[in-house]
Design a protein around this ligand. Structure first.
Ligand code: SF4
Ligand code: SF4
Length: 212
């Protein structure tokens, strides 16, 4: 029975195209190479006779001759190429193919554009972890950063501040340690926001201990 996925060749009913292998039994040595190789189950194999059987001839891909090419005893033959040329002329295959080719090209271009966009996204840095030290409280760092990110597609999360004492960091100007993560809120690269944050750190004399 003809598998529906092989039922047409460029819109032409497959059974109208006489392209399939024929096994010359006298030449066949029963190696089973054709049976195992064909990915379209054109062949079955008769173990009693030790010969392949062309069970689904119209599953054969039009124009394919792989099994004949690999047969070690040249026991498989195909119709002449003009059979296909005649079908191409009769059914105006090239006209159908032109339309399909344009559709395929558009699909391939779209797939490539999608792959490139995904590649760009995968390279984009969407999170940066900072560790800084210095007079963080005294310089009002958090309000300054907050003001900067207000209109930006990013946020600061996981903020941790370590300081010996509140009085100490204001009155005695003891340095504090702070870590936070700069993240994108719109699935974008945060590099440009990072540059702004780092400028604020620099302007306020804070030490960037690590950034990753
Ligand atoms: S590949 Fe050739 S020799 Fe081997 S089983 Fe098929 S027809 Fe026979
Ligand atoms: S020509 Fe190709 S598709 Fe057809 S039977 Fe041989 S291997 Fe299978």
């Amino acid at each position: 029975m003809l598998d529906p996925k092989f039922a047409y060749w460029h819109g032409i009913p497959r059974e109208k195209i006489p392209w399939y292998p024929t096994v010359i039994e006298e030449k066949c040595i029963g190696c089973k190479l054709c049976f195992v190789t064909c990915g379209r189950n054109v062949f079955n194999f008769d173990l009693e006779k030790n010969k392949p059987v062309v069970e689904n001839p119209y599953h054969c891909m039009v124009g394919c001759t792989t099994c004949a090419t690999i047969c070690p005893s040249s026991a498989i033959v195909f119709p002449e190429k003009k059979v296909i040329e005649q079908v191409e002329r009769e059914y105006k295959v090239l006209r159908i193919v032109r339309k399909k080719a344009a559709e395929k090209k558009t699909k391939l271009d779209l797939e490539r554009a999608r792959r490139e966009a995904l590649e760009l996204l995968s390279r984009a840095k969407r999170k940066i972890h900072y560790e800084i030290a210095g007079h963080i409280a005294e310089r009002n760092l958090l309000p300054k950063i907050y003001e900067f990110i207000q209109e930006k597609p990013c946020d600061i999360v996981d903020i941790k501040i370590e300081t010996a004492s509140l009085k100490g960091c204001w009155k005695e100007k003891a340095p504090s340690f702070m870590s936070f993560k700069l993240v994108s809120t719109e699935y974008e690269d945060v590099s440009s926001c990072a540059r702004g944050i780092e400028k604020i750190l620099e302007e306020n004399g804070l030490i960037l201990a690590s950034k990753e």
